[in-house]
Design a protein around this ligand. Structure first.
Ligand SMILES: *Cc1c(COP(=O)(O)O)cnc(C)c1O
Length: 420
C-alpha cells in the first residue's frame, strides 16, 4: 500500500502526527469501493451512512447531470429553483404529520443549528426570553459546530472546548432497550418528567436522536420513550426536536424513527441519506405552530439565517430522485431483509470479549467490553475485502440498502471472524 498521506490534507477526528495510512478510492460502484491499487472493498459503512442507494447509481447520476445542464445553483435570496420548491413539497408530504415548512442548509450540523435557533427564537418572538436552554441526552451527537457540540453529550468530540460550554443541560441516556418492558422505560421517563417539572420555565426545546444514538455508542431505546417525551413536552410547553440526520430515510426500518412511535416532533432535522451521499445538504422541517411564530409585519420576528448553498438545485434534484428510488423500488423491504440477515447471523453470538449485540433496521453493532480489543480490526477487514471502521467499543455496520444476501453475510462473517 503506497503511503498516500501528504502534507496538505487534514483528516477528521485524527491525530495527524500518528496517521500513517489512508486508502485512496479511485472509483466506486454500488456498495463496492475500488482503491488506487486496484483492490476492491465491500463498503459496510456507506460513507458515514449516507450512500444508501450505492455509489454511481445510474438514475441519480443522470438526474445530477440533467440538472447540471439546467442550473446548478442560484441563491435562495430573492430567487428560487424548481428542484428546491419540489423537494420542499415532497419533504412536507413525507415527514410526520404537521411538519410543513422546510429550511434547507448545507450539512447536518448546520441543520441542527438552524433547529436550535428556531426553537430559541420561537420563544423570544413571544417575549419568553427565559426559555432559552436546550435539554439533550448524555451520549448524544448532534454535529461539530458550536451549539450542536454543546447539546451533544459525547465528550470525545468536545474535550478541547469543555471550558467554554456553560449551558449544558443533559439527562442520562435512556438505559432501556428497543423492546423493553414498561417498568424499565418508565424509569427514564420519570427522569425526563422531573427535569421538565423543575426547569421548564428555562427550557426551549428537548433534542434527541430518536431511537438510536448513533455516534453515542449506538444506544438503541424504545419508541415508547418518544411517545412519553411528546406528551411531556406538550404539557410543559417545550419544543420537541428529532435529529434524524442519521436515522432518517429507512435506517431504523421505517421511513423515519418517528414513524416507529407514531408521533410528530415540532422540528425534524434530515441530512446524510437525504441526498444519498452525492452532495451535502440538510433540511430542518418545522410545524405550522413553530412557523407561525415567525410571521409578522416587521422583520424583527423573521428568521435571520441563510447558508449560501441552501436549496442548491443539484442537491435538491438528487434528493428528489433518491426518494423516488426509495419508494418505487420498495427499499423498506430491502432494509427489512438486511435486518433479518443481521439478526440471523449476529444475535445469539457469544464471546467473552463481547458485551452486547444490537440490531435495528440496517444497523448492527457488536459492542465489546474493552475497546482495545478492536485495535487492528480495520486492517483485518481490508484483508478480507470489507470496509468497516470500529468506533470506540463498537464494531458496527450501517451499509447501503442495496446489499445482496451474500454481501450481508460477508460483512457479518467478517465481524464474527475477528472473535474466532
Ligand atoms: C452526522 C450527524 C450530524 C452532523 O451532520 P454533518 O452533515 O456531518 O454536519 C448531526 N446529527 C446526527 C444525528 C448525525 O449523525
Amino acid at each position: 500500500m503506497p503511503n498516500l498521506i501528504n502534507q496538505h490534507l487534514w483528516f477528521p477526528y485524527t491525530q495527524m502526527q500518528k496517521l500513517d495510512k489512508v486508502y485512496e478510492v479511485k472509483s466506486a460502484q454500488g456498495a463496492h469501493l475500488k482503491l488506487s491499487d486496484e483492490r476492491e472493498l465491500l463498503d459496510g459503512i456507506s460513507s458515514w451512512w449516507s450512500v444508501v442507494y450505492g455509489y454511481n447509481h445510474p438514475k441519480i447520476t443522470s438526474a445530477l447531470i440533467e440538472q447540471l445542464q439546467q442550473v446548478s445553483h442560484v441563491m435562495l435570496g430573492g430567487l428560487s429553483n424548481e428542484p428546491a420548491r419540489k423537494f420542499a413539497d415532497l419533504l412536507a408530504k413525507i415527514t410526520p404529520e404537521g411538519l410543513n415548512h422546510v429550511f434547507f442548509s448545507d450539512s447536518g450540523s448546520v441543520g441542527v443549528e438552524v433547529a436550535l435557533k428556531i426553537a430559541i427564537q420561537y420563544f423570544s418572538n413571544q417575549k419568553q426570553f427565559d426559555k432559552k436552554r436546550i435539554l439533550s441526552l448524555e451520549g448524544s451527537y448532534h454535529g461539530d459546530t458550536f451549539k450542536a457540540m454543546e447539546v451533544g453529550g459525547d465528550s470525545d468530540f468536545q474535550q478541547a472546548f469543555s471550558h467554554i460550554f456553560s449551558d449544558k443541560l443533559h439527562l442520562p441516556k435512556p438505559k432501556h432497550a428497543f423492546d423493553a418492558d414498561n417498568d424499565s422505560i418508565q424509569k427514564d421517563i420519570d427522569l425526563l418528567e422531573q427535569m421538565l417539572k423543575a426547569k421548564n420555565h428555562e427550557i426551549a426545546a428537548f433534542i434527541v436522536e430518536p431511537l438510536v444514538q448513533c455516534v453515542g455508542n449506538f444506544n438503541i431505546y424504545s419508541p415508547k420513550y418518544l411517545q412519553a417525551a411528546r406528551k411531556l413536552c406538550d404539557e410543559y410547553n417545550v419544543l420537541l426536536i428529532f435529529d434524524e440526520v442519521a436515522t432518517g430515510f429507512g435506517r431504523t426500518g421505517k421511513l423515519f424513527a418517528a414513524s416507529h412511535a407514531g408521533i410528530s416532533p415540532d422540528i425534524i432535522i434530515l441530512g446524510k441519506a437525504l441526498t444519498a451521499g452525492y452532495l451535502g445538504h440538510a433540511a430542518t422541517v418545522v410545524s405550522d405552530k413553530v412557523y407561525e411564530a415567525f410571521l409578522d409585519e416587521t422583520y424583527e420576528k423573521a428568521f435571520m439565517h441563510g447558508p449560501t448553498y441552501m436549496g442548491n438545485a443539484l442537491a435538491c434534484a438528487v434528493g428528489l430522485k433518491a426518494y423516488e428510488i426509495f419508494e418505487q423500488e420498495n427499499y423498506l423491504e430491502k432494509i427489512s431483509k438486511i435486518e433479518v440477515g443481521f439478526r440471523e447471523k449476529l444475535l445469539g453470538f457469544q464471546h467473552k470479549k463481547v458485551k452486547e449485540i444490537r440490531v435495528l433496521g440496517a444497523i448492527a453493532v457488536i459492542e465489546v467490553w474493552d475497546e482495545s480489543d478492536l485495535l487492528g480490526f480495520q486492517e483485518f477487514g481490508i484483508e478480507r475485502g470489507v470496509w468497516l471502521r470500529p468506533f470506540g467499543p463498537n464494531l458496527y455496520t450501517m451499509p447501503a440498502y442495496i446489499l445482496e444476501q451474500a454481501e450481508i453475510n460477508k460483512i457479518t462473517e467478517t465481524m464474527l471472524a475477528w472473535f474466532k
